[in-house]
Design a protein around this ligand. Sequence first.
Ligand code: AP5
Ligand code: MG
Length: 212
Amino acid sequence: MNIILLGAPGAGKGTQATKISERYGLPHISTGDIFRANIKNGTEIGKLAKSYIDAGKLVPDEVTCAIVKDRLTWDDVAKGYLLDGFPRNLFQAEELDKFAKIDAVVNINIDFALLMDRLCGRRVCKECGESYHVSTLGGKTTCERCGGELYQRKDDNPETVKSRLEVYEAQTAPLIEYYTKKGIILNFTGTEAPAEVLFAEIAKVLDEKMGL
Ligand code: AP5
Ligand code: MG
């Protein structure tokens, strides 16, 4: 099954993607993670993407679409995949339709008031990518899962988060209507409840869709 995860910055796409990916054995393809890996490795794509990401703007469509188009030719997507953070505007959605067949869009709706604190307090493991909130770490600086060092994403600061949320409203939110019209959207509400609660709701619906 080919699935898109849609939602505002901080809605919990990455958190849910890890769980969905584990349960259904689908590769998790996050354009944000791909760009961050490129930045870390100092590639040309990384150099280009960095200025956009640091400003909370979208990386140009040609670059992003080419990356995803190539990624969807890998062998591991034969039984399906999970796209996290792509598409992010109507152009990308229309491009994706030219080279992929999407079965379901998991849309996480969330109250924007929750997001600034979630993102500015987020700490991410350098090794395995697990996310934490600083309020629950009790001063710890390493990952509970793998012991890796925790860091703060450079775009998780108030000014950049504001810009990311504006970009989401203007460019990404219209995709809800786009996929509603196609009849493949599955709507969920992200809350302050633990991520496992939302995951149980998502898994129930996906299990049914997959006939499990
Ligand atoms: P990207 O990496 O995709 O970032 P984003 O969309 O801004 O979303 P985040 O990763 O910040 O949040 P998330 O929804 O994954 O939430 P998470 O699970 O971590 O993109 C970064 C940048 O790359 C973009 O700004 C853009 O520049 C560029 N880019 C990427 N894709 C692009 C594209 N297609 N086109 C152009 N440019 C692109 O959760 C957030 C926090 O909340 C965590 O701390 C987590 O622990 C916590 N949390 C999660 N769920 C819960 C819960 N239920 N209760 C309490 N806390 C929770
Ligand atoms: Mg993410």
